[in-house]
Design a protein around this ligand. Structure first.
Ligand code: SF4
Length: 141
């Protein structure tokens, strides 16, 4: 199941000085409020789902909502992988204690790092997918 979060501070664009974010038009789309309990029920009722992927815009910019959603999954005794795609670096997440905080909800896999344009995609073993920029990689907490 893929869940999109509604906001971002556009750090990838600010850092590289170009309009590069493929998600930027989503910021103008109307937000859809969904009760976390309803999301978890839909996930648990679906025999095909085996992991939750939380992506952008930027989930860590709505951290309280992110944690609430993850808590609902774990309270429901769901032990499947939770995968978060973020543009923050590992150091930035550590500096704000996000990684320490997320340890209690393991297994959580986080793809870290800004999108930097004009780089060769590379394969990430942990995620099993290709990532767009050299600086991006996944960690498990
Ligand atoms: S973190 Fe994601 S949504 Fe935000 S600027 Fe980077 S690519 Fe775009």
């Amino acid at each position: 199941m893929v869940i999109m979060f509604p906001s971002c501070s556009w750090k990838c664009e600010k850092d590289c000085g170009k309009r590069v974010c493929q998600n930027s038009t989503l910021a103008n789309a109307p937000n859809i409020e969904v009760d976390p309990e309803a999301i978890v029920k839909r996930y648990m009722d679906n025999p095909l789902t085996s992991a939750i992927v939380i992506g952008g815009l930027e989930p860590f910019d709505d951290y309280r909502d992110l944690i609430e959603l993850i808590q609902y999954f774990r309270f429901a005794k769901c032990t499947d992988d939770i995968v978060i795609y973020t543009g923050y670096t590992e150091a930035e997440l550590k500096g704000r204690c996000f990684l320490f905080d997320l340890q209690r909800y393991s297994p959580v896999i986080i793809k870290v790092g800004r999108f930097i344009p004009d780089q060769q995609p590379h394969f990430d073993d942990l995620l099993g997918v290709r990532l767009a920029s050299d600086n991006q990689y996944a960690i498990k907490v």
